[in-house]
Design a protein around this ligand. Structure first.
Ligand code: OAA
Ligand code: MG
Length: 218
C-alpha cells in the first residue's frame, strides 16, 4: 500500500469526502427510525471544503443546518479492505461540519431525488486542521460538541455510532477505492439545527481540537 506523508494538507489534495447518513443511535431514536442493516452514504465534492478563516456561505434561498462530525482522513490506498485491516489505512482525523441544506434534502427525500445540492454546495464541508492518529488512540470514544453563538447545540460520543470506523472503511472500499487524503465523515449526533448569516459555529472534541466558522449568506 502507498503511504502519503502530507496528510496535514488533506484539503489541498482535493480528493473525495464520503458522508454517512444517520449513524448515531441517539439520532435514530430522536427521528423515531429503526437501526438500518447497511449504512447509507453520500458524497461532498472537494470544492465544498473550507478551512478556518473562510466563511460558510449559505446559498441564496437555502436553509442550512450544522452537523458536527468526526472525520477520518485516509492515509493509504485501500480497495476491498477487511475490517481487521481497516485501521491500518487510517492516516488521522479531523473535525467536520456537515453543512446540510435542509430545503434540498427534504425535497430529495420527498421525490427520491439526489442529495447532491443538499450536501455538496460550496462551503458545505468546513474542516479543522489534521489531527494525527496518535492524538486519538480510541476513535470510538470521542466526545464531540458544537455551539452556535456560544450556545451548546450538539454533544455526542462516537461510542454511539451504529457502524464503526472499520466497518465503514471495509464497506465503502468494497465498492469505492479509498485514496490518501479522502475523508469519511462519520455522521452527526442529534441537536443539529438551522444557522443564519452572522452566526458563529464552533465545534470540537472535549479536551482536544476545536474549530470556529462564521456564517454568511448570498
Ligand atoms: O443530514 C442527514 O440527514 C444525515 C446526515 O448527514 C447525518 O446524520 O449525519
Ligand atoms: Mg451528516
Amino acid at each position: 500500500m502507498d503511504s502519503d506523508l502530507s496528510m496535514e494538507n488533506f484539503v489541498q489534495h482535493g480528493t473525495k469526502c464520503i458522508g454517512v447518513a444517520a449513524n448515531y443511535r441517539s439520532l435514530l431514536k430522536v427521528l423515531n427510525r429503526s437501526t438500518p442493516d447497511v449504512p447509507d452514504f453520500f458524497m461532498k465534492p472537494p470544492s465544498s471544503y473550507i478551512t478556518e478563516g473562510q466563511k460558510i456561505i449559505i446559498p441564496k434561498g437555502f436553509s442550512v443546518n450544522e452537523e458536527i462530525e468526526l472525520g477520518v482522513v485516509i492515509g493509504k490506498h485501500g480497495r476491498k479492505v477487511s475490517e481487521c485491516k481497516a485501521m491500518d489505512i487510517v492516516g488521522g482525523y479531523c473535525l467536520a461540519l456537515d453543512m446540510t441544506a435542509t430545503c434540498r434534502l427534504g425535497l430529495a427525500r420527498q421525490t427520491g431525488g439526489s442529495w447532491t445540492l443538499g450536501k455538496g454546495f460550496d462551503t458545505a464541508c468546513p474542516v479543522s486542521k489534521f489531527i494525527p492518529k496518535s492524538q486519538i488512540p480510541d476513535p470510538h470514544n470521542v466526545e464531540l460538541w458544537c455551539t452556535v453563538n456560544g450556545v451548546e447545540k450538539q454533544r455526542g460520543n462516537t461510542d454511539d455510532l451504529v457502524f464503526n470506523i472499520p466497518f465503514l472503511i471495509s464497506y465503502i472500499s468494497e465498492y469505492i477505492t479509498l485514496e490518501p487524503n479522502d475523508v469519511i465523515i462519520t455522521g452527526s449526533p442529534p441537536g443539529m439545527g438551522p444557522v443564519t448569516k452572522g452566526d458563529v459555529i464552533a465545534g470540537g472534541i472535549t479536551g482536544g481540537e476545536s474549530m470556529k466558522f462564521d456564517v454568511d449568506a448570498e
